[in-house]
Design a protein around this ligand. Structure first.
Ligand SMILES: [Zn+2]
Length: 355
């Protein structure tokens, strides 16, 4: 959204430059200089511009748009930009007031999710509450015979539910961030994956779990659910949803591995019987058994490529023309999709368009 900008001339700080004040305000919010430079600042920024108040003003206007915080919060030292960021995040759960790292990380993730909803090509269709219905639809369309991360990503995007990946967050003293989150804006939900784990089976589980929150309407139309290791009824419902979406209906007494030494072949035979990717079955089994098999699963079934796949799907299903060009570049930067975007076709044309 465009804002009216009043240049902070009148408040011009006695000795501090506008840039110094901006950095102080960001630091006050928990955003370090390194994080700002690597993630938040626009592609055209470089440090040689910091003495030029005109350029800093443009930088502030850009930040104000990107993270949707009033312009004056970046130069008025009586305010704190974080207050506005967090108050608009509409966290559904009461999170510990001292857990400021999580609040800030989530607020930034939500802002990027909102941009993704604005640029989403597809209309939103609510998810069925039955995970087996989703599984059936994915299996009916997928090239492979199992539910994979790619199949689930395609399904969610086609139903107008953006899924983005954000790994880099401001590092507060606790260095905390949610495992994943889902939120909604004007009735459209979106999912932000935040774990720096490239294993498709793991990301598929977290994604299916978030889809469960959305299907059960745990968001109650507006609000945000943060996944930060809670054992609530809603978390259990979302987990169960993920088990069935990824693996179908397997009788509870079949989820037992009787011979620890035979783990790999047991996983392979279960996966083949129930039409599941072995790594997905293994991961689901690890979660169902409170992670006691996780080291074995990681040793035998770990794969790579999840994060770039999430980015690739984001680029496939978003229409860059639906949002401001600079904001689009900012979204690419925050989601780490910049390189992938430029590596794709019509590179020259895109570089011309953005510069
Ligand atoms: Zn959850």
């Amino acid at each position: 959204m465009k804002r009216t900008f009043v240049f902070p001339m009148v408040k011009k700080m006695a000795s501090n430059s506008l840039y110094t004040v901006l950095m102080t305000q960001l630091k006050k919010s928990g955003i370090t200089k390194t994080y700002a430079l690597n993630n938040l600042f626009p592609y055209w920024w470089d440090d040689s511009l910091k003495k030029d108040d005109g350029s800093v003003t443009l930088l502030i206007m850009y930040l104000s748009d990107l993270i949707d915080v009033e312009i004056d919060k970046f130069w008025n030292e009586d305010t704190n930009p974080k207050d506005e960021l967090i108050s608009e995040a509409k966290f559904k759960k009461t999170i510990d007031k001292t857990d400021e790292d999580v609040q800030l990380a989530s607020a930034l993730a939500i802002k990027m999710g909102i941009w993704a909803t604005k640029a989403c090509k597809n209309d939103y269709f609510p998810l069925p509450i039955n995970p087996l219905a989703i599984r059936e639809e994915i299996l009916a369309n997928a090239k492979s015979k199992t539910v994979t991360l790619e199949g689930l990503l395609d399904y969610l995007w086609k139903n107008g539910i953006p899924v983005i990946y954000l790994a880099d967050f401001p590092k507060g003293k606790d260095k905390k961030k949610p495992d994943a989150l889902c939120s909604s804006v004007v009735g459209r939900p979106f999912i932000v994956l935040t774990r720096k784990d490239d294993d498709p089976a793991k990301q598929q589980f977290w994604l299916a779990h978030e889809a469960g929150h959305i299907a059960f309407n745990h968001l109650e139309n507006e609000g945000t659910i943060l996944d930060i290791d809670k054992n609530t009824q809603e978390e259990n419902e979302a987990n169960h949803f993920a088990y069935e979406l990824n693996c179908g209906k397997i009788p509870e007494n079949n989820w037992v591995c009787y011979n620890f030494n035979n783990f790999q072949s047991w996983v392979n035979s279960m996966a083949s019987n129930y039409l599941i990717e072995p790594s997905v079955f293994a991961q689901t089994f690890a979660y169902k058994t409170d992670n006691q098999y996780l080291p074995l699963v990681n040793k035998h079934f770990r794969k790579k490529g999840a994060i770039d796949l999430v980015r690739k799907k984001m680029l496939e299903y978003l229409d860059e023309n639906l949002i401001d060009r600079e904001i689009w570049a900012g979204l690419l930067k925050m989601t780490g999709a910049y390189d992938l975007y430029y590596a794709s076709a019509d590179k020259e044309e895109r570089i011309c368009a953005i510069s």
